[in-house]
Design a protein around this ligand. Structure first.
Ligand code: ADP
Length: 403
């Protein structure tokens, strides 16, 4: 028996088919550029080689039909009845969902009600659910929300100091994102440190193209750096992170830009890309520095700004946790792979009991502990796996209805 993990985006669908028995990966794949003639479908069976087909794929229904047909035609499963449940990544659950839920008509409506909070993702997440309901009716579908893990944030951490009515009337508050990754890391860190999931205290740095830090106390999110949208907090690939909101009106006047253009600038042209002027990709920034020249200086500055902002958050969250973090954790593309960022984000924090063994840091292969022996706080590098957590939630539901 299997569970299917689906991440349905605007022009792409990613899936993993996971065995309920042993969590092994039966198949994984990706349909991209949906709606175009250059759409492609790439997939792998088990640990086998990646196959790729380019062909026109008009919509999500066609994309998922191709996925389901391939799974049966290639013999990954004998029939679609072997899929016991589907776990969907849903970005925004608003304040309504603090955990994974079975999709019902009411839940669909609640996800629809959150479209205005997550306009870039929720419509496409919903489409994935609707198409699955049509193509394989009767299979239970679970919604796993990016925001759910952060619903434990206290009001004083998640409200903005704006007129209170904006919160009650329009739901303006901090929601936080990357919740599935932060939850996975909390449970994996607990395992690595021999603690129970409800006593673990960590500061988790999820550093991908999008990036957020989360303060986790007794296994629960008590604060996180992303807010009403993913724009707040750290300096990211193309997002500015924290800034003075008064800048928006100022730039609109000076650069003769509309509010939409400035919003797009903050989300798509800022962060590492905006500062370096060359790339949002950390690996490319290092390549740029290696080559030297004028661009290298800006690349160095971008990295210095990014690690400095990260350090401020780590230090602040150590305060949030009353100095009692068991570990600082690094995860996602940059967190798992970049020793320089890890080194600079924690440099000078020895006074908080955080000491990195630089040789372990340089040679870290996740999952690893890179703290010095003498360090009071552990420093972990953990490979995140949001899909496995979605699969676990779906599998837990399947088990619950078998009882
Ligand atoms: P996303 O948020 O899009 O899922 P990722 O978690 O893949 O992003 O992170 C992308 C970032 O991670 C990029 O800046 C990239 O340079 C960096 N990265 C990914 N793999 C490596 C690697 N092997 N070495 C250094 N940096 C890496």
């Amino acid at each position: 028996m299997y569970v299917l993990v689906l991440n349905s985006g605007s022009s792409s669908v990613k899936y993993q088919l996971v065995s309920i028995q042993d969590e092994s990966l039966a198949s994984k794949g990706l349909v991209e550029k949906i709606g175009t003639k250059e759409a492609f479908y790439s997939y792998a069976i088990g640990n086998g080689e990646k196959q790729k087909e380019i062909r026109p794929i008009l919509n999500h229904e066609e994309a998922l039909s191709i996925v389901f047909n391939t799974l049966t035609e290639k013999g990954v499963i004998r029939n679609l009845g072997e899929i016991s449940a589907i776990g969907h990544r849903v970005v925004h659950g608003g304040a309504k969902f603090a955990e994974t839920v079975l999709v019902t008509d009411e839940v669909m409506q609640d996800i629809r009600d959150c479209i205005e909070l997550g306009p870039l993702h929720n419509p496409h997440n919903l489409k994935g659910i609707e198409v699955c309901a049509r193509l394989i009716p009767g299979v239970p579908q679970l919604a796993v929300f990016d925001t759910a893990f952060h619903q434990t944030m206290p009001e004083y951490a998640c409200l903005y100091a704006l007129p209170y009515e904006l919160y009650t009337r329009h739901r303006v508050r901090r929601y936080g994102f990357h919740g599935t990754s932060h939850r996975f890391i909390a449970s994996r860190a607990a395992e690595m440190l021999g603690k129970s999931a409800d006593t673990i205290n960590i500061i988790n740095c999820h550093l991908g193209n999008g990036a957020s830090v989360c303060a986790i106390q007794n296994g629960k999110s008590v604060d996180t750096s992303m807010g009403f949208t993913p724009l707040e907090g750290l300096i990211m690939g193309t997002r500015s992170g924290d800034m003075d909101p008064a800048i928006i009106q100022y730039i609109m006047g000076k650069e003769k830009r509309s509010i939409q253009e400035v919003d797009s600038m903050l989300n798509k042209e800022s962060g590492l890309l905006g500062i370096s002027g060359t790339t949002n990709d950390v690996r490319e920034l290092f390549e740029c520095i290696r080559k030297g020249g004028a661009e290298a200086k800006r690349a160095e500055l971008a990295l210095a700004m990014m690690t400095y902002r990260l350090k401020k958050y780590v230090a602040a969250y150590m305060g949030v946790l009353n100095g009692k973090a068991d570990a600082v954790v690094f995860t996602a593309g940059i967190g798992e792979n970049n020793a320089h960022v890890r080194k600079h984000a924690l440099a000078g924090l020895e006074f908080m009991g955080i000491e990195v063994d630089q040789s372990k840091n340089e040679n870290a292969v996740p999952d690893a502990d890179i703290a010095a022996e003498s360090s009071r706080v552990r420093v972990l590098v953990i490979a995140t796996n949001e899909e496995i957590l979605i699969a676990r939630d779906a599998a837990a539901y399947v088990r619950s209805i078998q009882k």
